[in-house]
Design a binder for this molecule. Structure first.
Ligand code: GLA
Length: 729
């Protein structure tokens, strides 16, 4: 049993392999948080040192115990306006205008298996893999019940959390905030490691000390966003890749989100994470429930690498439902950077022949194949083939491509519509716009109201037909602007605050229906690159286009930042042309391949423009990728350097779970004259085993490679790279 309840001291203890999580019911019925950290036995209530803290109120029944205040106690899920002035996890207004939430114990239940959420993605468990703890709290005065859900994956060292709210009163309630997680840490010197960015430069790590007050990261864009990924880490000031304590908080959510970290008057830290509360409200009529999205929590006392590896495994094994999650993926050639909107059937077939000649598995037809889509000003929403470009439709093209021995994949952007489209002309009310106000445009397109059932049903019909009628084996699902003018024509005025979250639920519904109906189709997420790279999407799709920036050197930082939370098997990465289309930088073909191989691997260029020598190199790259595919996809990932460190090298490594082999990858980001030796220490090897390097005769012990390290040959030129394979002998 990984979940225990001790009746005597009313304490809940959750153990995973390396961590312990503990809560206790206070005499008042409030649920206190006692501990989350390295695995330990015993009860941690001795750590609660209550003392009279001026201006921190006391619950009525403890009014003579001035040292007992909700304002200074660690709480499991904070209410509001009840004397705790720190971050609220839930805010709510009753019909009579009463605001404030004070949650007290009602009951609890421990059950086998993992809870599920309604309409939201969540981690799953195989038989015996997880247990669920449900602690039910309520504010009887306003009629709000809150179920705190804990999914415990003992072997994986992951605890999932979610919250189910229910109106148990007689009048309507309005939720103004419904966070998924509140985590109180009483002591420690914590830093917030978060992943910010912009279009073409996603998930850049930034590590900042928590100062007194509140620090916030979040998105109001209706998408998890390029600007702030929802995944954050709270780590000890001294934590490194290999040492120190760190907590991961990974929302399984793709819409607007918010994570706040508050350091209070006592130096304690509270982290609250969930749906963005700005412009959010949700009306709960009597008897109705609301599920707040899941969050995946993990803790490592052995540094950041360990924490990342836990998330990588968990996403692959317990979150992503696609059959491709742990499977080899086709190497694809994508048409976008090869020809953008400028193509016809002949050009695509020529591209396909080139792709086949190189040994690529699949041709992906990107944007531009439908409606009047000759540029990005028109056609979105019209998912019928543009027969001027592709006479006879997709079928004859796909047949010819299949006849070459290639699979075929396609791009769609279902959630969007151009004003200049038949869909918009027929259903202008399907777009999110404010009546009477000219809408904010983004890439000249509007966003469909995915909160509407008729919109989701329509899209499901059109896309199901597309996938049913054509042998399409891959879909790139794009999303190229943020939400604005979030007004839904099917919601009454008092429910408009629900529109953004209903959008996400509708989008998940569509994904759920399509991925269930077409389990053999490989879906790749995308949002102007990595603008919706999150665990919510990864529950449905095994891979997401990491960034529209395909520059190999910039990708080092983007993919490294992404790796803190997400597995390499989820990172869409391609070799593109040089000079690069986004930066103008020239990089060697080999370096581009080394970087793209640490992802799903594919090409996004026109091979016809390459020399015979380059084509030969690509054939070698494909062979090498296929050889190392399983190691890269399923191996343990180690960041050896920080690629943003301009004067050094970028280096990372994969180690097979049984430590039988490892792949070391290095890119020189700053070449030097008369260079100092490039020396690295490998990680994760079996110290007692002997390894051969790149198939050569001499062998080295794992201990030697890890403690003594490895010196690389001098690398010369612009952004040179090296890949070394170490095999146990
Ligand atoms: C987005 C994607 C690109 C490409 C274009 C097509 O920007 O990220 O990869 O598909 O759309 O319009």
């Amino acid at each position: 049993m990984s979940i225990l309840f001790d009746k005597n001291n009313k304490t809940y203890t959750i153990h995973t392999r390396h961590t312990t999580y503990q809560m206790q019911l206070a005499p008042t019925g409030h649920l206190l948080h006692l501990y989350y950290g390295r695995r330990a036995e015993g009860t941690f209530d001795y750590l609660i040192r209550s003392r009279d803290c001026g201006f921190s109120p006391n619950p009525y029944e403890l009014r003579y115990q001035r040292e007992w205040s909700l304002d200074t106690q660690m709480q499991e899920y904070s209410g509001s306006m009840n004397g705790d002035y720190r971050l609220s996890a839930v805010r709510c207004a009753a019909e009579n205008g009463v605001r404030g939430v004070d949650l007290r114990y009602v009951r609890h239940e421990i059950s086998a298996g993992k809870y599920a959420l309604r309409g939201l993605p969540a981690a799953f468990a195989r038989d015996g893999e997880a247990e669920t703890l449900t602690v039910t709290l309520a504010d009887e005065t306003i009629g709000l019940q809150v179920e705190l859900l804990y999914g415990v994956y003992e072997a994986q060292d992951v605890i999932t959390r979610a919250v189910r709210m229910k109106n148990i009163g007689n009048g309507a309630l309005r939720l103004d905030k419904a966070a998924s997680l509140c985590l109180d840490l009483p002591f420690g010197d914590w830093e917030l490691l978060h992943f910010h960015g912009r279009h073409c430069m996603e998930r850049q790590p930034e590590r900042v000390p928590l100062t007194t007050g509140i620090q916030t990261v979040g998105s109001k864009r209706g998408m998890s966003s390029h600007q702030h990924n929802p995944f954050v880490i709270l780590c000890d000031r001294a934590a490194t890749e290999d040492t120190g304590e760190c907590y991961g908080v990974m929302p399984v959510y793709s819409g607007s989100h918010k994570t706040e970290a508050e350091r209070d008057q006592m130096g304690a830290v509270r982290l609250v994470s969930g749906i963005q509360d700005e412009d959010f409200s949700w009306t709960l009529d009597p008897g109705e429930t609301f599920d707040a999205p899941e969050v995946l929590m993990s803790f490592s006392h052995e540094g950041l690498t360990k924490l990342s590896q836990t998330y990588h495994r968990f996403i692959r094994d317990n979150l992503c439902r696609s059959k491709f999650s742990n499977a080899s993926r086709p190497v694809l050639l994508n048409s976008w950077e090869a020809c953008y909107f400028d193509f016809d059937a002949d050009k695509l077939l020529a591209l396909a022949r080139e792709a086949k000649d190189l040994g690529v598995d699949m041709l992906v037809l990107d944007d531009g194949w439908f409606g009047a889509r000759n540029d990005d000003l028109r056609g979105l929403g019209d998912w019928n083939v543009n027969e001027n470009k592709l006479p006879g439709g997709l079928a004859p093209l796909i047949r010819k491509i299949n006849d070459l021995g290639l699979k075929f994949g396609i791009w769609i952007e279902p959630e969007m519509v151009n004003e200049d489209s038949d869909l918009y002309r027929a259903h202008p009310d399907w777009a999110l716009t404010v009546p009477g106000r000219a809408p904010a445009m983004g890439r000249d397109q509007l966003v469909l109201d995915m909160g509407r059932n008729d919109v989701v049903d329509y899209l499901c019909g059109v896309l199901s037909a597309l996938l049913r009628d054509n042998p399409i084996e891959y879909v790139k699902w794009d999303f190229n602007r943020g939400l604005a003018d979030v007004y839904s024509r099917v919601l009454p005025p008092e429910r408009q605050g629900e529109a953004a979250h209903r959008y996400v639920l509708g989008m998940y519904d569509l994904l759920e229906r399509l991925t269930t109906a077409f389990p053999d189709v490989l879906f790749e997420g995308c949002a102007g690159g990595g603008g919706r790279f999150d665990a919510g999407m990864l529950a449905y799709v095994p891979q997401i286009w990491c960034s529209d920036n395909t520059d190999a050197v910039e990708r080092l930082a983007i993919q490294c930042g992404t790796s803190f939370g997400y597995p390499v098997s989820s990172m869409g990465a391609h070799v593109s042309a040089s000079p690069n289309h986004q930066t103008g930088r020239s990089t060697p073909l080999e370096t581009r391949a080394v970087v793209a191989m640490s992802g799903t691997f594919g090409y996004e260029l026109n091979p016809a423009q390459m020399s015979a020598e380059e084509k030969g190199a690509i054939r070698d790259q494909l062979a090498r990728f296929r050889k190392h595919d399983a190691l890269i996809r399923g191996g343990d990932y180690y960041r050896l350097t920080d690629p943003r460190d301009a004067k050094r090298i970028a280096a990372w490594q994969f180690v097979a779970p049984d430590r039988s082999e490892a792949l070391l990858n290095v890119v020189v980001t700053h070449p030097e004259a008369n260079p100092r030796p490039l020396h690295l220490r490998l990680k994760g090897l079996d110290p007692d085993a002997m390894y051969a390097a790149n198939g050569m005769d001499r062998v080295y012990s794992g201990a030697a490679l890890m403690y003594g390290g490895w010196t690389l040959e001098a690398l010369f030129g612009d952004y040179p790279s090296a890949q070394m394979h170490f095999q146990k002998v």
